[in-house]
Design a protein around this ligand. Structure first.
Ligand SMILES: [Zn+2]
Length: 478
């Protein structure tokens, strides 16, 4: 018997598979492998991570077949634990269930009682090939929520690199894939910007890996079939590895959600799969860091699905308290940049702070913000409220505009009772960060706040375009 590390001359960790998928995919009944033999073989050749001979449930299986497969895999997992003889070998415990939630749950409940170093989700290759990313993520999230939290989750055959970051964001820790070679055999070339391309479509390679730097698409097209698929496969592999590094670096920097937002633009089904983030936001919020070392960039309404927004909504309702003496509420529009970076906001705040009409401690100030809805001034420097850049709202009917109104309504329900009077400032013009004077946008969500306050809340509300007039309004009945 040989040792894999010597045979491959590779010093890192080596994982092996049992051949269950190959048996299903390529050889069917002619490919007879026995669990005890193949599992012992993996131990003997010095595999660091081995997989038991599971029976993968396929999406096409009916319920009865799927159940037999799940139960067989659980039995084999139990036998594997009894038969282990090499302590250095760490075992993957495959979890199956496919489209049947109760079978998936059965598999999770039984497998998590057993001693496996890694839990692995299988039977999803067909879903990947059909770009059913929502189904894949739903299964991943179901497992992630219930499995032992300190064990990594592996995904078998996690095909396309543009899906990696979303899967990682949903709890996938490790993955394997043969997609780089399977796609290469069909002359399909991975990109991260525009999805998978056919070699015929490419005049130039949008990549600087050793393959793409040495060959033109035309030269590769002229190679024989074996050479052609080998070269494309190498590029596909370089790209997959480069994406893994990008993801790891994004995790270190706290930028994973930004990366996910970029990658999902590759395919509408990836965008659709993001809906699961929104549906499971209470789960994601638990694991969202309280602070990061950099600000956030919000470039699309899809960013609203990020757990940090949900956390802010909850905290604003549960934890925010008005300063004790306040009687007057000033609602200001968020402009192109935050607070003191905006010459106009800086000027407004100076006017309020230095006014002689109303004591400053009687006044509270909130901003109407395109992504967060309402941001009280005293929270403006707390992460992430003061550390983000975002797109502007373009349309009164768009998701962002409506989301601001919804968030504002919730805020007012809880907080408006503390005020005697409320005033909005809607300037005619303002200065942007470059000191250019601009018309105040007619689609700023602060306009929607006016009708919201008038229709749903019983409070004296007035609108002004100068701070001075606004303060006189407060002063008028003091
Ligand atoms: Zn390349």
């Amino acid at each position: 018997m040989f040792y894999l590390s010597e045979f491959t001359n590779f010093k890192g960790l080596i994982a092996t598979d049992s051949g269950a998928f190959q048996q299903y995919m390529y050889n069917k009944n002619e490919f007879n492998i026995n669990p005890d033999e193949i599992e012992k073989f993996q131990e003997d050749i010095g595999s660091d991570f081995s997989v038991i001979l599971d029976v993968p449930v396929q999406l096409t299986d009916n319920y009865e077949n799927a159940k037999i497969k799940v139960l067989t895999t659980i039995e084999r997992a139990k036998s594997n634990i009894k038969n282990r003889s090499n302590e250095k070998c760490h075992w993957f415990g495959p979890i199956h269930g496919g489209i049947f939630p109760d079978l998936l749950n059965l598999s999770i409940q039984e497998m998590k009682k057993l001693d496996f170093s890694v839990f692995a989700i299988g039977g999803l290759v067909k879903a990947f090939l059909e770009y059913r990313f929502d189904l894949t993520l739903q299964i991943l999230l179901t497992v992630k929520k219930d499995i032992i939290p300190n064990r990594p989750i592996h995904m078998f055959g996690l095909g396309l690199p543009q899906f990696f970051s979303l899967a990682v964001a949903c709890g996938c820790d490790i993955m394997d894939s043969a997609a780089y070679i399977l796609f290469a055999k069909e002359n399909r070339y991975f990109t991260l910007s525009t999805g998978t391309r056919r070699l015929d479509e490419l005049e130039e390679f949008p990549c600087y890996c050793p393959i793409c730097s040495s060959y033109t698409p035309k030269e590769i097209k002229n190679c024989n079939e074996e050479m052609r698929s080998k070269l494309i496969a190498k590029h596909n592999l370089f790209l997959s590895l480069s994406e893994m590094k990008t993801i790891r670096q994004a995790i270190r920097e706290g930028n994973l959600w930004e990366l996910v937002q970029t990658r999902i633009r590759n395919h509408p089904n990836l965008v659709k799969a993001m809906e699961l983030i929104r549906k499971n936001r209470t789960f994601f919020e638990i694991f969202e860091k309280v602070f990061k070392t950099h600000g956030c960039l919000y470039t699309s309404p899809l960013d609203l699905y990020r757990p940090s927004f949900y956390r802010y909504e909850i905290k604003l309702i549960k934890n925010y308290r008005e300063p004790k003496e306040v009687k007057y509420l000033i609602i200001l529009p968020e402009l192109d940049v935050k607070e003191l970076n905006s010459p106009t906001i800086k000027y407004w705040l100076e006017q309020i702070d230095n006014n002689i009409l109303i004591k400053r401690e009687l006044i509270n100030i909130i901003f109407v913000s395109s992504f967060y809805g309402i941001i009280p001034l005293d929270l403006n420097n707390i992460y992430p409220l003061g550390q983000f850049e975002s797109i502007d709202i373009n349309d009164l009917n768009d998701t962002l505009y409506q989301s601001v109104l919804q968030k504002a309504e919730i805020f007012f329900q809880y907080h408006l009772k503390f005020y005697k009077k409320c005033a909005l400032l809607i300037p005619l013009k303002y200065f942007n960060q470059y000191n250019e004077e601009l018309e105040f946008p007619i689609n700023h969500p602060i306009h929607g706040i006016i009708s919201l306050l008038k229709s749903k809340f019983n409070l004296k509300v007035s609108i002004f375009n100068k701070i001075e007039d606004l303060l006189h309004f407060f002063k008028s009945d003091t």
